[in-house]
Design a protein around this ligand. Structure first.
Ligand SMILES: Nc1ncnc2c1ncn2[C@@H]1O[C@H](COP(=O)(O)OP(=O)(O)O)[C@@H](O)[C@H]1O
Ligand SMILES: O=C(O)C1=C[C@@H](OP(=O)(O)O)[C@@H](O)[C@H](O)C1
Ligand SMILES: [Mg+2]
Length: 176
Protein backbone atom coordinates (compact mmCIF):
# COMPACT_ATOMS: atom_id res chain seq x y z
CA UNK A 1 0.00 0.00 0.00
CA UNK A 2 1.36 3.46 -0.91
CA UNK A 3 1.47 6.39 1.46
CA UNK A 4 -1.26 8.98 1.13
CA UNK A 5 -0.50 12.25 -0.70
CA UNK A 6 -1.49 15.21 1.49
CA UNK A 7 -1.84 18.61 -0.21
CA UNK A 8 -1.62 21.76 1.94
CA UNK A 9 -1.52 25.47 1.11
CA UNK A 10 -3.46 28.73 1.07
CA UNK A 11 -7.05 28.96 -0.13
CA UNK A 12 -6.83 29.06 -3.93
CA UNK A 13 -3.41 27.36 -4.03
CA UNK A 14 -4.89 24.64 -6.26
CA UNK A 15 -5.17 21.76 -3.72
CA UNK A 16 -8.65 20.55 -4.73
CA UNK A 17 -8.11 20.86 -8.48
CA UNK A 18 -4.66 19.24 -8.34
CA UNK A 19 -5.93 16.51 -6.02
CA UNK A 20 -8.60 15.45 -8.49
CA UNK A 21 -6.01 15.42 -11.29
CA UNK A 22 -3.57 13.33 -9.26
CA UNK A 23 -6.34 10.89 -8.38
CA UNK A 24 -7.24 10.46 -12.04
CA UNK A 25 -3.60 9.87 -13.00
CA UNK A 26 -2.52 7.39 -10.31
CA UNK A 27 -5.87 5.86 -9.43
CA UNK A 28 -5.79 6.78 -5.71
CA UNK A 29 -9.04 7.66 -3.98
CA UNK A 30 -9.61 11.43 -3.80
CA UNK A 31 -10.77 13.10 -0.58
CA UNK A 32 -11.36 16.83 -0.32
CA UNK A 33 -11.64 17.57 3.39
CA UNK A 34 -14.25 20.30 2.90
CA UNK A 35 -16.46 18.01 0.81
CA UNK A 36 -15.91 15.20 3.34
CA UNK A 37 -17.06 17.52 6.16
CA UNK A 38 -20.07 18.81 4.21
CA UNK A 39 -21.11 15.22 3.47
CA UNK A 40 -20.78 14.14 7.11
CA UNK A 41 -22.49 17.18 8.64
CA UNK A 42 -25.04 17.92 5.94
CA UNK A 43 -23.98 21.56 6.26
CA UNK A 44 -21.92 23.83 3.99
CA UNK A 45 -18.57 25.18 5.13
CA UNK A 46 -20.18 28.62 5.19
CA UNK A 47 -23.02 27.36 7.43
CA UNK A 48 -20.50 25.76 9.79
CA UNK A 49 -18.50 29.00 9.98
CA UNK A 50 -21.71 30.87 10.82
CA UNK A 51 -22.02 28.66 13.91
CA UNK A 52 -18.42 29.57 14.70
CA UNK A 53 -14.90 29.06 13.38
CA UNK A 54 -13.90 26.98 16.43
CA UNK A 55 -16.97 24.80 15.82
CA UNK A 56 -15.76 24.23 12.25
CA UNK A 57 -12.13 23.64 13.34
CA UNK A 58 -13.19 20.96 15.83
CA UNK A 59 -15.17 19.14 13.13
CA UNK A 60 -12.26 19.62 10.74
CA UNK A 61 -9.78 18.06 13.19
CA UNK A 62 -12.07 15.06 13.75
CA UNK A 63 -12.31 14.64 9.97
CA UNK A 64 -8.52 14.63 9.53
CA UNK A 65 -8.16 11.98 12.26
CA UNK A 66 -10.65 9.79 10.34
CA UNK A 67 -9.07 10.50 6.94
CA UNK A 68 -5.60 9.71 8.34
CA UNK A 69 -6.58 6.03 8.55
CA UNK A 70 -7.28 5.79 4.82
CA UNK A 71 -4.73 4.29 2.39
CA UNK A 72 -3.78 5.05 -1.20
CA UNK A 73 -5.62 8.37 -0.94
CA UNK A 74 -5.01 11.90 -2.24
CA UNK A 75 -6.12 14.34 0.48
CA UNK A 76 -6.83 17.95 -0.49
CA UNK A 77 -6.93 19.69 2.86
CA UNK A 78 -8.53 23.01 3.73
CA UNK A 79 -6.17 25.97 3.89
CA UNK A 80 -6.48 26.08 7.69
CA UNK A 81 -5.20 22.53 8.30
CA UNK A 82 -1.97 23.97 9.74
CA UNK A 83 -3.79 25.98 12.41
CA UNK A 84 -3.78 22.89 14.61
CA UNK A 85 -0.60 20.77 14.74
CA UNK A 86 -2.68 17.72 15.70
CA UNK A 87 -4.09 17.77 12.15
CA UNK A 88 -0.66 17.46 10.54
CA UNK A 89 0.48 14.85 13.09
CA UNK A 90 -2.57 12.73 12.23
CA UNK A 91 -2.19 13.07 8.45
CA UNK A 92 1.56 12.29 8.57
CA UNK A 93 0.95 8.90 10.19
CA UNK A 94 0.51 7.44 6.72
CA UNK A 95 0.96 10.42 4.42
CA UNK A 96 3.54 12.59 2.69
CA UNK A 97 2.79 16.31 2.92
CA UNK A 98 3.24 18.55 -0.13
CA UNK A 99 2.99 22.32 0.31
CA UNK A 100 1.44 23.74 -2.88
CA UNK A 101 3.22 27.10 -2.90
CA UNK A 102 1.30 29.47 -5.19
CA UNK A 103 1.99 33.19 -5.47
CA UNK A 104 -0.74 35.26 -3.86
CA UNK A 105 -0.89 37.37 -7.04
CA UNK A 106 -1.83 34.24 -9.01
CA UNK A 107 -4.35 33.15 -6.37
CA UNK A 108 -6.18 36.49 -6.54
CA UNK A 109 -6.59 36.14 -10.32
CA UNK A 110 -9.07 33.31 -10.11
CA UNK A 111 -10.10 32.50 -6.54
CA UNK A 112 -13.82 31.96 -5.98
CA UNK A 113 -14.65 33.71 -2.69
CA UNK A 114 -18.35 32.77 -2.47
CA UNK A 115 -17.69 29.48 -0.67
CA UNK A 116 -14.73 30.73 1.37
CA UNK A 117 -16.09 32.50 4.48
CA UNK A 118 -12.65 33.84 5.42
CA UNK A 119 -12.57 35.78 2.14
CA UNK A 120 -16.19 36.98 2.27
CA UNK A 121 -15.02 40.58 2.63
CA UNK A 122 -12.80 40.29 -0.45
CA UNK A 123 -9.76 38.31 -1.51
CA UNK A 124 -7.36 40.84 0.03
CA UNK A 125 -7.40 38.81 3.28
CA UNK A 126 -5.30 36.23 1.43
CA UNK A 127 -2.23 38.43 2.01
CA UNK A 128 -2.77 38.28 5.77
CA UNK A 129 -3.31 34.51 5.63
CA UNK A 130 -0.03 34.16 3.71
CA UNK A 131 1.82 36.17 6.37
CA UNK A 132 0.17 34.23 9.23
CA UNK A 133 0.64 30.78 7.79
CA UNK A 134 3.73 30.62 5.53
CA UNK A 135 6.00 29.33 8.32
CA UNK A 136 3.35 26.80 9.35
CA UNK A 137 3.05 25.44 5.80
CA UNK A 138 6.84 25.25 5.44
CA UNK A 139 7.21 23.48 8.81
CA UNK A 140 4.51 20.95 7.98
CA UNK A 141 5.75 20.13 4.47
CA UNK A 142 7.84 17.13 3.50
CA UNK A 143 8.13 18.65 0.01
CA UNK A 144 7.41 22.14 -1.36
CA UNK A 145 6.11 22.43 -4.93
CA UNK A 146 5.82 25.75 -6.70
CA UNK A 147 2.48 26.16 -8.38
CA UNK A 148 3.60 28.45 -11.19
CA UNK A 149 3.03 26.08 -14.09
CA UNK A 150 0.28 23.98 -15.65
CA UNK A 151 -1.24 21.62 -13.09
CA UNK A 152 -0.31 18.64 -15.25
CA UNK A 153 3.38 19.50 -14.74
CA UNK A 154 2.83 19.95 -11.01
CA UNK A 155 1.14 16.57 -10.83
CA UNK A 156 4.11 14.97 -12.62
CA UNK A 157 6.52 16.50 -10.07
CA UNK A 158 4.54 15.14 -7.15
CA UNK A 159 4.18 11.69 -8.71
CA UNK A 160 7.92 11.58 -9.43
CA UNK A 161 8.61 12.26 -5.75
CA UNK A 162 5.90 9.92 -4.59
CA UNK A 163 7.19 6.93 -6.47
CA UNK A 164 10.70 7.85 -5.35
CA UNK A 165 11.83 8.41 -8.92
CA UNK A 166 13.53 11.56 -7.71
CA UNK A 167 13.21 13.09 -11.17
CA UNK A 168 14.33 16.73 -11.53
CA UNK A 169 11.65 19.25 -10.76
CA UNK A 170 11.13 22.32 -8.61
CA UNK A 171 9.81 20.18 -5.82
CA UNK A 172 12.57 19.97 -3.26
CA UNK A 173 13.08 18.15 0.00
CA UNK A 174 12.08 20.48 2.77
CA UNK A 175 15.08 21.07 5.01
CA UNK A 176 12.85 21.92 8.02
N1 LIG B 1 -1.46 26.07 -12.08
C1 LIG B 1 -2.73 26.48 -12.29
N2 LIG B 1 -3.13 26.82 -13.51
C2 LIG B 1 -4.39 27.25 -13.74
N3 LIG B 1 -5.37 27.36 -12.79
C3 LIG B 1 -5.02 27.02 -11.54
C4 LIG B 1 -3.71 26.56 -11.22
N4 LIG B 1 -3.67 26.30 -9.88
C5 LIG B 1 -4.90 26.59 -9.40
N5 LIG B 1 -5.72 27.01 -10.38
C6 LIG B 1 -7.13 27.44 -10.27
O1 LIG B 1 -7.26 28.17 -9.07
C7 LIG B 1 -8.60 28.01 -8.53
C8 LIG B 1 -8.49 27.56 -7.07
O2 LIG B 1 -8.08 26.20 -7.05
P1 LIG B 1 -8.61 25.20 -5.89
O3 LIG B 1 -8.24 23.83 -6.35
O4 LIG B 1 -10.04 25.49 -5.56
O5 LIG B 1 -7.71 25.66 -4.68
P2 LIG B 1 -7.72 25.21 -3.12
O6 LIG B 1 -8.43 23.88 -3.04
O7 LIG B 1 -6.26 25.14 -2.78
O8 LIG B 1 -8.44 26.28 -2.40
C9 LIG B 1 -9.29 26.97 -9.43
O9 LIG B 1 -10.08 27.67 -10.40
C10 LIG B 1 -8.11 26.30 -10.13
O10 LIG B 1 -8.46 25.76 -11.41
O1 LIG C 1 -7.90 28.71 4.79
C1 LIG C 1 -8.86 28.37 5.54
O2 LIG C 1 -8.88 28.53 6.79
C2 LIG C 1 -10.03 27.68 4.89
C3 LIG C 1 -9.89 27.17 3.60
C4 LIG C 1 -11.02 26.50 2.90
O3 LIG C 1 -10.55 25.46 2.03
P1 LIG C 1 -9.70 25.80 0.67
O4 LIG C 1 -8.26 25.94 1.08
O5 LIG C 1 -9.94 24.63 -0.24
O6 LIG C 1 -10.27 27.09 0.13
C5 LIG C 1 -12.01 25.91 3.90
O7 LIG C 1 -11.45 24.82 4.58
C6 LIG C 1 -12.44 26.99 4.89
O8 LIG C 1 -13.07 28.03 4.14
C7 LIG C 1 -11.28 27.52 5.68
MG1 LIG D 1 -10.00 23.25 -1.82
Amino acid sequence: MGKNIILIGLPGAGKTTLGKLLSNIIGYRFIDSDAFIEEKTGKSITDLFQIGEDYFRNIESDAYKEIADFEDTIVSTGGGVVKRNENIVALKQNGTVYYIDRAVEDITHDIEVSHRPLLKDGFERIYALKAEREALYQDAADFVVKNDKPLEELAAEIIAHHIGAGKEGEAHDNPQ
